[in-house]
Write a protein that binds this ligand. Structure first.
Ligand code: MN
Length: 197
């Protein structure tokens, strides 16, 4: 099975009170597992059957007949990445390489934080907000449904899920409060810095 259901990098209750064990029970245990199971069913017998997840996402993105594979494999990629983007006692002003890049590209942390939250808030319906590497700059983008920067040849550095299933149990319709908690309390900047070598 090339698409695997990875373990969370922390306990289910590690991010409370900002993201509850109940949310992870559904989000990791049921939503992600469904994407894994459906992805594996759909790649069976195709030329992507033994490919790694990155390759499945990139190849399926180029082939409209593989939209179902793309949707499920990209959602696995997105969730694997998103869960690593958080830690307990995270968030706030970063240090290291990413701090320098944010200051150079946005003119300061607060402008980045405002723009990132706004991208998540203004993504109509389901989707994702991202910080991506673009040459020597970092920039913010948003994508709909399962779409992600990898499908567009870009390197994601940070991503947040704005599908309702990611915040409804803890925040109901208050997506802005969820995004504020993500930025102020949950971002794992050590993981982001590790992606910059
Ligand atoms: Mn999700």
């Amino acid at each position: 099975m090339p698409i695997t259901h990875i373990d969370l990098p922390y306990l289910h209750n590690a991010l409370e009170p900002y993201m509850s064990a109940k949310t992870f029970e559904f989000h990791h245990g049921k939503h992600l597992k469904a994407y894994v199971d459906n992805g594996n069913k759909l790649i069976a017998g195709t030329n992507l059957e033994n490919a790694d997840l990155d390759t499945i996402v990139k190849e399926a993105a180029k082939d409209p007949s593989k939209a179902g594979i793309f949707n499920n494999a990209a959602q696995v990629w997105n969730h694997n990445f998103f869960f690593k983007c958080m830690k307990s006692n995270g968030g706030g002003v970063p240090s290291g390489k990413i701090a320098e890049m944010i200051n150079a590209s946005f003119g300061g942390y607060q402008k980045f934080a405002d723009e990132f939250k706004n991208a998540g808030l203004t993504q109509f319906g389901s989707g994702w907000a991202w910080l991506v590497l673009d040459g020597n700059q970092v920039k913010i983008m948003k994508t709909a449904n399962a779409d992600n920067p990898v499908a567009h040849g870009l390197k994601p550095l940070l991503g947040v899920d704005v599908w309702e299933h990611s915040y409804y149990l803890d925040y109901q319709n208050r997506r802005a409060d969820y995004l504020t908690a993500f930025v102020d309390k949950l971002i794992n900047w050590d993981f982001v810095n590790s992606l910059l070598g």
